[in-house]
Design a protein around this ligand. Structure first.
Ligand code: TRP
Length: 335
């Protein structure tokens, strides 16, 4: 039997951050190294255009996120690692799926609904600032997944709805045109699905609360010092479970180190001291990949060549599937 396919992408709209690492890159690289799966990892640069219309940021972020994957141990010879926009079959499939997607389904997407809701709360037109990309986002994401018939999609909890929509869309397509797609399942690590950011909300580019993965040591320290804490003094017991400092600690520490830090919180460790230890823990793990990362950033041609090879590999699948889908929907040669 062939291996289960695992697929995940990261949107290229900013610098890679600790949340990308803990939530996507680390588990994905670990799964790929286990040899148990057939892995597809990609840079979601079409998705980036929805929120980021600064071409230089999209371009730079693509390099940075690709370099981050590679620096953190991704082996492009054993996985399929590519850039979404190198696969022209993706937007083509998006259209076929769009025509099989109920508008009512997409109306319910959280990202779109919350944009409408905040417009309404502000007394603005409900569509203010909302482009069709944001509305259609789940369909593009469904195309990413269904194109490669991926079974498992490791994502943060906030993305579960999108995977469910991809299933719905696949089911409807299969029902109408015959069995073409595998039904994907979201894979969410319950303990560590979403890392908190500087302000305690989900660490996300959209909130501007991220800690960059590969800034200088000095900047990493500065960011860690900015994590929001309460006003409890040294010596006063602190609650580990509502602290972003503790949560990030937990994401990098062994079980034993986590238990020790939990005790230290109970015993009133000073915020300054907890942050100092957090910096040391995180920095030690990032030191070596940081060097590789800097090296790759200085050699964008090398990254480009790796992505081109990945696209060639990915397109072996996508061109073949697209050919049969075109047949299936009636886009056929005449005569
Ligand atoms: N929407 C995802 C995010 O913002 C990124 C993404 C795009 C993705 N396409 C995907 C993730 C397909 C998994 C599968 O995190």
């Amino acid at each position: 039997m062939s291996k289960q396919r695992v697929l995940t992408g990261i949107t290229t709209s900013g610098a890679p951050h600790l949340g990308n690492y803990v939530g996507a890159i680390r588990p994905a690289v670990e799964a790929s190294l286990s040899g148990e799966f057939d892995s597809f990892f990609f840079l979601a640069d079409y998705h980036a255009l929805i929120k980021c219309q600064d071409p230089d940021i999209v371009h730079q972020s693509t390099l940075e996120i690709a370099a981050a994957w590679l620096a953190l141990g991704l082996d492009p010879t054993t996985v399929t690692f590519y850039r979404q926009s190198d696969i022209p079959e993706i937007p083509e499939l998006t259209w076929l799926l769009t025509c099989m997607t109920a508008k009512g389904l997409v109306n319910r997407a959280h990202a779109y609904k919350s944009a409408v809701q905040s417009n309404e709360e502000n007394g603005d037109d409900s569509d203010l600032g909302i482009n069709m990309g944001l509305f259609s986002y789940p369909i593009l994401m469904a195309a990413d997944i269904l194109m490669f018939n991926a079974h498992k999609i490791p994502v943060g909890r906030d993305q579960i709805q999108h995977i469910e929509m991809a299933r719905d869309i696949a089911q409807r397509f299969n029902h109408h045109y015959g069995e073409h797609f595998v039904l994907p399942v979201a894979q969410v690590d319950k303990e560590m699905a979403i890392l908190q950011g500087l302000d305690g909300r989900k660490m996300s580019k959209s909130y501007g609360n991220t800690i960059p993965l590969f800034s200088s040591e000095k900047k990493l320290k500065k960011h860690i010092n900015k994590i929001k804490t309460n006003l409890l003094e040294p010596g006063e017991p602190k609650n580990a479970d509502d602290s972003a400092v503790f949560q990030i600690w937990q994401a990098f520490a062994t079980a034993e180190q986590t238990a020790e830090m939990r005790d230290a919180f109970g015993n009133g460790i000073a915020w300054g001291e907890a942050k100092k230890q957090l910096f040391e823990l995180v920095n030690k793990q990032l030191e070596e990949p940081r060097e590789k990362y800097m090296d790759l950033i200085a050699n964008p041609g090398e990254v480009e060549a790796i992505l081109r090879q990945g696209a060639t590999k990915a397109r072996l699948h996508s061109t073949e599937l697209m050919m049969s889908l075109r047949q299936a929907v009636g886009l056929r040669r005449l005569g």
